[in-house]
Design a protein around this ligand. Structure first.
Ligand code: F6R
Length: 586
């Protein structure tokens, strides 16, 4: 999604803002801009592209002044153009805003504002905020009141930061993230701690439905009715300032390589919380796992593990679908939300629905300061460090690791996997990347890739297809092997590649039969297995492990394959087009 940042202090704002935006670029990266308030005037510079590109053409850091706001955009309303890039000034230019989220009633607000003479330069929903602020400010000359009346008029989910011509910085939060950094030289307001982590580890998390005003009276918090609010200062982990890719060409490659270590560490610093969630699973009548994208795929693997080895039925729910099935949840349910960011709007909505129906909510999440943690009774941290690459990699194997650890705590029939051994096998698998790179060179021209997996391998087939789509921009579909003959086989011909997830376990012979059916239709077969077969055009060897553990190993070569195919296609694997790391809109 978009990232927003603001700074007010006694040092030049523009370079702090640009640096912060670069750190948060994972959230959105189609256009960039900053606005600085100086000598009672607001100046805006913005453009299409990544921060470094816009910086090069617009000299963002040349703007002078100690108060400013900045934005990287992930387009929702309005195309990717300079005009639609943020910040947006009000039509009289005394207020500018940056916004993350969606204003549902922007058409109505726009018409109302136009009818009293305000003009609009962009197609965005966001511009309604700056003009609304201006409307109230013209009447009251009071920033707090302008903020209160504006949030009262807005419908939707949002956070925004505004600068006023007099140099006041103000912000509001409603179901979108916002964090305040207390730096030595001044105050930061940001979507993510990463926006200012190198300047301070002292932060305040405003509650949902709060207004922040930073001006001549210092830093003040109010609820939407204008009542003052107080907050504790929280110290955040320094590791979140440590988002560097080291010697790796891309964050995605670094994060794939982090997995042998991150997967072992997953959840280890929250063992008590893990026990509490297992306690909830034991005592609840119905149990659900929810998540989006990759996190949902982790839920599907967990369903299999808990049912087959833990003898416990847990129903996975795609978060974006939950609003259509609210009857799922009741007082006797536990809902475990899986999310790397802890901010996905669909996951947050599911959690709210579950809570409103009296269910207990717990979470497995990477960002322990996220909204999801705030809404959960208990949370276990992935503990895998920042995941900057937009495509989820290490967060997936860390989610699996925690879910397996929970299953082992729940059931005496399921032994805790030897994670050190899996880690060693992962290292071996990563070491075969030269061969994978060769295959990626061939694969880059494929128009369609099918990934087949049976049983526990099916969710990995789904995850594999997602990685190939996101990173390599190739149409890919994950299928349960047995379903091939029920339809998809009609599409298989010599232009198609099929990846079979085929370790030597209970699914092996059936999947080998599918490989034969595919080969008979002249498609190319890539086998991911510990066992060679003549049927494979390419064999990617993975070490032999017990059946429930193979997800940890078979996803790694696919992540690498998708990464190298992206490189071959000259795509940026860290920032795939049209996507964002933290999807905070519905
Ligand atoms: C896939 C990917 C997305 C996320 C999804 C959920 O590589 O990154 O599908 O998995 O948007 O995000 P979180 O886990 O942050 O809720």
């Amino acid at each position: 999604m978009c990232s927003i940042i603001g700074y007010l202090g006694n040092t030049a704002a523009s370079h702090l803002l640009v640096k912060g935006l670069k750190r948060m670029e994972y959230r959105g990266y189609d256009s960039v801009g900053i606005a600085i308030s100086n000598n009672d005037k607001i100046e805006v510079r913005k453009g299409v592209g990544k921060v470094a590109e816009v910086e090069a053409t617009q000299s963002l850091q040349a703007l002078d002044g100690h108060v400013g706001i900045g934005h990287t955009r992930w387009a929702t309303h309005g195309e990717v153009t300079s005009k639609n890039a943020h910040p947006h000034k009000s039509s009289t230019g005394q207020v500018a805003i940056v916004h993350n989220g969606i204003i549902d009633n922007y058409v109505e607000l726009r018409q109302k504002l136009q009818s009293v003479g305000y003009t609009f330069m962009s197609e965005t929903d966001s511009e309604a905020i700056s003009n609304m602020l201006q409307l109230v400010y013209d009447r009251t000359k009071d920033v707090k009141v302008s903020m209160m009346e504006t949030v009262a008029a807005l419908k939707g989910e949002y956070s925004f930061v505004a600068i006023f011509e007099d140099g006041t910085l103000a912000a509001a939060r409603f179901h979108e993230p916002l964090v305040i950094g207390l730096g030595k030289t001044g105050y930061f307001v940001s979507s993510d701690v990463l926006g200012f982590a190198e300047h301070t580890d002292e932060v305040i998390y405003p509650d949902n439905g709060e207004i922040i005003v930073i001006g001549s009276n210092g830093l003040q918090f109010f609820d939407f009715s204008g009542n003052p609010m107080r907050h504790h200062i929280t110290k955040v982990s320094k590791e979140f300032a440590d988002a560097y890719k080291g010697d790796y060409a891309h964050f995605t490659l670094k994060e794939i390589n982090d997995q042998p270590e991150s997967m072992v560490k997953a959840g280890e610093n929250h063992l008590n919380e893990m026990d509490k969630i297992v306690g909830l699973l034991r005592t609840s009548k119905t149990a659900y796992l929810t998540g989006s994208g990759t996190s949902y795929h982790a839920a599907l693997v967990a369903k299999h593990i808990f049912l087959k080895y833990g003898k416990l039925r847990i129903e996975p729910i795609i978060s974006s679908e939950s609003r259509f099935y609210p009857d799922y949840f009741d007082e006797q349910s536990v809902v475990i939300a899986l999310s790397q960011s802890g901010e996905s709007a669909d996951v947050m909505e599911t959690v709210r629905i579950a809570r409103s129906r009296g269910s207990k909510v717990a979470s497995i999440v990477n960002i322990m300061t996220s909204s999801l943690v705030q809404e959960s009774l208990h949370s276990v941290g992935l503990n895998c460090g920042p995941e900057i690459g937009v495509a989820a990699t290490k967060s997936f194997t860390s989610q699996l690791s925690i879910l397996y650890k929970m299953c082992a705590r729940l059931s005496t029939d399921f032994n805790l996997p030897d994670f050190a051994e899996i880690s060693g096998h992962m290292v071996e698998t990563i070491a075969s990347q030269r061969q994978i790179q060769e295959i990626a060179r061939e694969l880059k021209n494929a128009s369609d890739i099918y990934v087949l997996g049976r049983g526990i391998h099916y969710p990995i087939a789904l995850e594999a297809a997602l990685k190939i789509k996101e990173l390599a921009y190739i149409h890919a579909e994950g299928l349960p092997g047995g379903e091939l003959k029920h339809g998809p086989l009609a599409l298989v011909d010599s232009n198609v590649y099929v990846i079979v997830l085929n370790p030597s376990d209970s699914t092996h012979l059936d999947t080998l039969s599918s490989a034969h059916e595919i080969k008979a239709r002249k498609a190319k077969v890539i086998g991911i297995s510990d066992k060679q077969s003549d049927i494979y055009d390419h064999w990617i060897r993975i070490p032999h492990v017990a059946e429930p553990l193979s997800p940890f190993l078979e996803i790694v070569p696919i992540q690498l394959l998708a990464y190298f195919a992206a490189i071959e296609k000259d795509a940026d694997p860290d920032y795939p087009r049209n996507l964002a790391k933290s999807v905070t809109v519905k």
